[in-house]
Design a protein around this ligand. Structure first.
Ligand code: ADP
Ligand code: MG
Length: 332
């Protein structure tokens, strides 16, 4: 589905440059479920936006089904995105004045689906996520978990090849989190989706077939431990494989080599978001705390590629780029 070669992304920040991605080589097979973990500010969302054609790399090739998203004209990328790529964000990104039904229908507008067909498909998509009785509710009348279900329906109503989810459970409580991940897993399995899920929650990442660790703009993979079963690949669009977590790494596997190793229980506890995270999820240091990234020492922060202050500050515009509805975002 994807073949990335030498993908870099530099952002201008003040007079300095932030190297968000530093040469990513990555193949994602049709029907694969890849989880991406890593501390805040290390390039996970940037990678997802480039996979989704929401942003372009500074250099490198982003081959999506044989076409380089980095080189396609903007109108063509917009078309690929509208037809083939569904997004789910941490903050749901529903349009507050539209009903659940209308929010889902909105994904079909760029595809020139007739009004009647739009209504019918949106209704079916909402029924598939268990919200058949909430069609006319606006987001403010729905719980967080229900809003994220609407967002999943909006992402999937166009029957995309790919689902990209950026911390989709970051704003949800534990029970709702499990519901949403269960829903995504079901959709992945039943629809043969290729799914890339960014999460800092190890218990979620472990359900994927493969886990990448994004750190300082570089992506690494844990090798399965010797003797472990290899995963059954679900295959292209004909997925029959179960979500066999054969390749899912343990927390010990997930630590980059120089990171401390924690027992599962410790990490699980640390993953619970606090009120501060719910208020400003993308601006907290939760991820850093979670992964206890104690090796991200001053020398890392002094990296000359980072901004003037040498810090890994969140971008000013990051929240903006995350909050755009996927189908309306344009390249600058
Ligand atoms: P993550 O999702 O892992 O938290 P991001 O991909 O959002 O990380 O950010 C990676 C780095 O790129 C960070 O240092 C961040 O400050 C910077 N960055 C991301 N988006 C922008 C942007 N639009 N403008 C400037 N810097 C950005
Ligand atoms: Mg992010």
């Amino acid at each position: 589905m994807y073949k990335l070669s030498g993908v870099t992304k530099n952002y201008q920040k003040g007079r300095g440059t932030v190297a968000a991605l530093r040469g990513i080589d990555l193949v994602i097979e049709d029907g694969e479920w890849l989880a991406v973990q890593g501390p805040t500010g290390h390039g996970k969302s940037t990678l997802l936006q480039i996979l989704g054609g929401l942003d372009r790399p500074s250099a490198g090739i982003v081959d999506f089904d044989g076409r380089d998203l980095a080189q396609l004209r903007e109108t063509e990328v917009t078309k690929v995105r509208a037809e083939s790529i569904g997004f789910v964000f941490q903050t749901f990104n529903l349009i507050p004045t539209l009903s659940a039904q209308e929010n889902v229908e909105a994904a079909l507008v760029p595809l020139h689906v007739s009004g009647a067909a739009r209504r019918q498909r949106a209704q079916i998509a909402l029924e598939a996520v268990g919200l058949g009785d909430r069609l006319r509710h606006v987001p403010g009348e729905l719980s967080g978990g229900q809003q994220q279900r609407v967002a999943v329906a909006r992402a999937l109503v166009k029957e995309p090849k790919v689902l990209l989810a950026d911390e989709p459970t970051g704003n949800l409580d534990e029970d709702t989190r499990d519901d949403i991940i269960g829903l995504l897993e079901t959709m992945w399995r039943e629809r043969g989706l290729t799914m890339v899920l960014v999460t800092h929650d190890s218990s979620i990442a472990r359900r994927a077939q493969r886990i990448g660790i994004m750190k300082n703009g570089r992506l690494t993979f844990r090798q399965p431990r010797p003797g472990r079963a290899q995963p059954a690949r679900p295959g292209a669009r004909t997925a029959t494989a179960q979500a066999e977590p054969a390749l899912a790494a343990s927390d010990a596997d997930l630590q980059p080599p120089d990171m401390p190793v924690y027992a599962d229980a410790d990490l699980t506890d640390l993953h619970e978001p606090g009120p501060a995270d719910l208020a400003e999820p993308d601006l907290t240091d939760l991820d850093d705390t979670d992964l206890d990234d104690s090796d991200l020492d001053d020398s890392d922060l002094d990296d000359p590629d980072l901004d003037d202050s040498g810090s890994l500050d969140e971008p000013d515009s990051f929240a903006d780029s995350d909050s755009e509805p996927a189908d309306t975002v344009r390249f600058d």
